[in-house]
Write a protein of this length. Structure first.
Length: 561
């Protein structure tokens, strides 16, 4: 591809102008066979143009084929690398910023590729061809041309050195604006509910104003100072180059055709170096954009898959926490030597005030987080010895606030089993009491639910999530207050469906509404990361203190905080 483009550029820069020189020299001082020379030159010119267009088109086809494929691969690579990061990474990073960085990373390659081929490679071939031809026809002009190129390169290097920090700051400011904008858009309901539109607009104006200052600084450096010094350098050289050409012509050292050739090369070269200097800034910005994403790629991954993962042997669902230590921050301990055993097929409820460690249990079991010491095993197999994806396929999890993809209801329910039949999807939807409302939607199971499922009510989203967990049919089921968004009638129906779902499976239920867990095999009460009581509902009401206090203090079925 580069050779094709190089050959085309050589014909354009070196061969064609030499033919022009021959024509002008022949016309200005015609020999006896001038007509023959001129018509021959025209034929050469036609041949040069044909050859140039052929090699350029071959080069275009090659570059388009290669670039589109690479852009596709980079998009896939970006998603794959980002998904290696842990739950903590995504909770601490703006999704809008990640999207912006990914798009700029992919676009950066396109910019770098285009600039390398069309600016730097074309420029190198053009300048080298110009210098070579000038050395051949007029050595002094060739030497002068090379001397100017060296001074220009030194000057541009100095200017770029001052441009890079400003471009980096401008890119960082752009990322900040994108993240802020995404945060506002994704929370539009909260903004409208609190009537805080003016506040958000004022805060966003501050972020945009910060970006404007960084952008203006970067653009002034590029558009004013860089342009001024480069323009001055080119203007001075034009005068010197023209004066040298006139001097050599007056001395009879060069012909009129050489002066024309010199002018063609001079002005072509000025355009090339001016474009290169401008494009260096674009390359710098592209490298900055790419560097942001590379930094994310190189960031240490909190939760890693084992180097040599074991085959999964988790089929019954026995869960053990042995001597587990874990804390979110250095001075905030959650679990201190926690021991917990859940038998295969046992239905266990986790109870306690907020911050007691209930949700942390689910995050550790799903390996969203890793323990500091101790071990977690399922059916005797350490969860850190298998791939995270393989582990999570053995666990069906229904969070308190389920999020759905902006896809059809059918696709959302079948997410854990993509090849599920329509009958299987409808069966679990009926068990989750979702079939009724789905059938009343305009397109039924093919209805799109909107971003994060915003077109559905909270209860409808929860029913779809429960149906999705049912269809997954995993040996372990975790429910994080899975019926909290439902009305009393629907909750009663789904409670029955959930008990049918967890029959013969290990179930871990996080409960704030204690009325939903009375039928559990065991209720475990947590306080500050410790198990302080456990037993059945009836046992704890008789002998338990904290559980009985929680039960007695509930208002409307919820634990009083």
């Amino acid at each position: 591809m580069l050779l094709m483009y190089g050959a085309g550029k050589f014909i354009d820069i070196a061969v064609a102008p030499l033919i022009y020189k021959l024509i002008i020299d022949t016309v200005s001082n015609p020999p006896t066979d001038a007509a023959s020379i001129l018509w021959t030159a025209i034929l050469y010119l036609i041949g040069a143009f044909v050859a140039m267009n052929i090699v350029f088109r071959i080069g275009d086809w090659c570059i388009i084929s290669a670039q589109t494929k690479i852009l596709q691969d980079l998009s896939n690579y970006s998603l794959s690398r980002l998904q290696n990061h842990s739950y903590t990474f995504f909770t601490n990073t703006f999704s809008g910023s990640l999207i912006a960085k990914t798009k700029r990373f992919v676009a950066a390659f396109e910019t770098l590729h285009d600039q390398f081929v069309y600016s730097f490679w074309f420029g190198f071939v053009g300048l080298a061809s110009s210098a070579g031809v000038l050395f051949f026809v007029a050595p002094w002009l060739g030497a002068l041309f090379v001397a100017w190129l060296v001074t220009y390169i030194v000057m541009v290097s100095f200017l770029v050195k001052h441009q890079i920090p400003k471009s980096i700051e401008n890119a960082a400011a752009d990322t900040k604006v994108t993240g802020h904008y995404s945060d506002i858009v994704s929370n539009f309901f909260t903004i409208k509910m609190f009537g805080s539109r003016n506040f958000e607009e004022k805060e966003f104006k501050k972020t945009v104003a910060f970006q404007e200052r960084k952008r203006r600084t970067a653009w002034i450096q590029e558009g004013f100072w860089n342009s001024m010094w480069q323009g001055l350098n080119i203007d001075i050289f034009i005068i010197i180059f023209m004066a040298a050409s006139v001097y050599l012509w007056l001395g009879g050292h060069i012909t009129a055709g050489t002066i024309v050739l010199m002018q063609i090369y001079a002005f072509t070269s000025f355009q090339v170096v001016w474009a290169i200097s401008k494009n260096i800034v674009r390359v710098t910005a592209a490298l900055t954009d790419a560097d942001e994403m590379v930094e994310l790629f190189d960031r240490e991954i909190d939760v890693k898959d084992p180097g040599e993962p074991e085959p999964v042997r988790m089929s019954n669902g026995e869960v053990r926490f042995d001597g587990v230590y874990f804390n979110y921050e250095e001075n905030t301990k959650v679990f201190n030597n926690l021991d917990l055993e859940i038998a295969a097929g046992e239905k266990v409820a986790l109870v306690g005030h907020s911050g007691a460690g209930k949700t942390t249990i689910t995050k550790l079991l799903l390996r969203f987080l890793d323990v500091e010491s101790g071990s977690i095993t399922i059916d005797g197999q350490h969860i850190s010895h298998v791939k995270q994806d393989d582990l999570r396929k053995r666990i069906a999890y229904v969070p308190q606030e389920p999020l759905l993809f902006h896809r059809s209801i059918k696709e959302n329910i079948a997410y854990g089993k993509p090849r599920a039949t329509q009958k299987e999807i409808e069966d679990v939807a009926k068990k989750a009491h979702a079939h009724e409302f789905i059938e009343n939607l305009p397109k039924g199971y093919d209805t799109l639910v909107g971003e994060r499922g915003v077109k559905l009510s909270g209860g409808e989203r929860q029913r779809v999530a429960i149906a999705r967990a049912m269809l997954k049919d995993a040996p372990i089921i975790m429910l994080d207050e899975a019926t909290s968004a439902l009305d009393s009638v629907a909750e009663g129906k789904i409670q029955d469906a959930l008990f049918k779902l967890i029959k013969g499976k290990t179930a871990i239920v996080i409960a704030h509404r204690l009325s939903t867990i009375q039928k559990m095999d065991r209720i475990i009460v947590f306080d500050k990361g410790k198990i302080i009581e456990q037993g059945t509902h009836k046992e704890l009401l008789k002998s338990g203190k904290v559980y009985k206090e929680l039960w007695d203090s509930q208002v409307g079925g919820f634990i009083a905080e």
